[in-house]
Design a protein around this ligand. Structure first.
Ligand code: HEM
Length: 217
């Protein structure tokens, strides 16, 4: 590989791998903070898994199979937040999609956010409801959090496993969102919350609780 290709690959991994995961986890914290019942169900699943593990044992990819509810929480957070809001594609030839004529060389954007919030695809789309993923009978291409087609996120369970680290950390920590303004800065690729979603975390694992505050307001 040339130096330029190496730099390009490193940048791709940093932006594609890090910003996406950080953004997804921030949104998940926000949604869980607003939906304590979901957080409780999630915590119960994680505690159940923790009981089966020996002290100091680390989670593995296989353990994801033991976290069906966490997986739905990740999916629902990614649906609501649409971390990668749209993906551009270059038309390689003239074509027609549902009556729209597209010329070779045009840039076409797949608008994932509009699809994720389309009431024809998702009942009450602005409601955070992980249970909507109970059945897998979603219309094809209605869930695009990890992209679609040949540029689909390589190994989407990898992205999901990063996000599952948040649910699993809820075994040891309680957090409270202390955000006076939970609106977003602006809708963009990797949209951020205006205040960065500050939280107060209490460690509950050592008998004596220790509270710390993270983020800025
Ligand atoms: C929640 C976490 C993540 C989300 C939501 C996410 C989302 C996506 C989406 C939507 C695409 C397709 C873009 C397109 O079609 O144009 C994509 C591609 C990609 N993702 Fe992720 N991703 C996540 C985590 C990661 C991680 C952890 C890595 C690497 C360690 C990664 C590496 C990549 C790469 C290299 C591509 C480009 C594939 C290509 O162009 O052929 N992503 N991701």
């Amino acid at each position: 590989m040339t130096d330029t290709e190496i730099k390009d690959n490193i940048l791709t991994m940093i932006i594609a791998g890090q910003d996406t995961t950080a953004s997804a986890i921030t949104w998940m914290v926000k949604y869980l903070g607003e939906n304590q019942d979901v957080l409780e169900t999630l915590r119960a699943e994680q505690l159940h898994l923790a009981e089966k593990m020996s002290p100091g044992q680390f989670l593995t990819l296989e353990d994801l199979a033991e976290m069906p509810y966490a997986s739905k929480v990740v999916k629902e957070s990614l649906r609501m937040a649409s971390v990668v809001t749209w993906f551009p594609r270059l038309a390689l030839q003239d074509c027609e999609i549902e009556g729209f004529k597209i010329k070779k060389g045009w840039n076409v954007n797949v608008d994932a956010k509009s699809i994720h919030l389309d009431p024809n695809q998702y009942n009450e789309p602005n409601k955070f409801n992980p249970s909507r993923f109970n059945d897998d009978s979603k219309a094809p291409y209605s869930f695009l959090a990890f992209g679609i087609g040949s540029k689909n996120l390589p190994g989407s369970e990898h992205g999901e496993s990063h996000d599952a680290s948040l649910p699993s950390s809820s075994n040891h920590n309680m957090w409270k969102v202390i955000d006076s303004d939970s609106s977003i800065e602006k809708w963009t690729l990797f949209s951020r919350l205006k205040s960065g979603c500050p939280v107060q975390v209490t460690c509950i694992n050592h008998g004596k609780d220790v509270t710390s505050t993270y983020g800025s307001q």
